[in-house]
Design a protein around this ligand. Structure first.
Ligand SMILES: [Ca+2]
Ligand SMILES: [Ca+2]
Ligand SMILES: [Ca+2]
Length: 163
């Protein structure tokens, strides 16, 4: 993947995570994402699964903040985000594990792969239209069997962050 594509993809991810579009990622954005995941996947917020979703998103935020919040103001600005993306340590210790956690959360039936419905629900949580989801699914499902496996997803995530 070309550097320009990477940068666009990475900035798009920032936009997806920045739920109130104020150009700073804060803990509340990740709390909001946990709530959207529970809503889309019909998980009761008060259930054990709902609590797990909330805790895992909180850990993702902590890992991102620890590596990307260069000025320590409890928020990750777009500039801090793009700077962090150039650091392989950030990618390995924060971004890639976060991507895999999100895969696990979206794998609602726990069969180790994302079917079209699981992927579409996840993309809705991230603010993508269903049409965008169909296109992205086709790209991620490298062997075209109708499922995004963990390895297909991981390969794409590595391309995404390390191109
Ligand atoms: Ca900051
Ligand atoms: Ca699944
Ligand atoms: Ca596949």
């Amino acid at each position: 993947m070309a550097r320009g594509t990477f940068r666009l993809g990475y900035e798009k991810l920032f936009n997806q995570l920045d739920s109130n579009n104020d150009n700073v990622l804060v803990e509340a954005d990740f709390t909001a994402l946990a709530q959207r995941i529970c809503t889309e996947f019909a998980v009761a917020a008060q259930s054990a699964r709902g609590e797990e979703v909330r805790q895992r998103l909180e850990r993702i935020w902590q890992a991102i903040q620890q590596h990307a919040d260069a000025d320590g103001n409890q928020g990750v600005s777009r500039r801090e985000w793009v700077t962090a993306a150039r650091d392989p340590e950030f990618v390995l210790s924060s971004a890639a594990p976060a991507a895999m956690t999100i895969f696990d959360l979206a794998d609602h039936d726990g069969d180790g792969r994302l079917d079209r419905q699981e992927f579409t629900l996840l993309q809705r949580c991230l603010g993508s239209s269903d049409a965008e989801s169909v296109e992205a699914f086709g790209t991620l499902d490298a062997d075209g069997d109708g499922y995004i496996t963990k390895s297909e997803y991981a390969d794409a995530a590595v391309d995404y962050f390390q191109a």
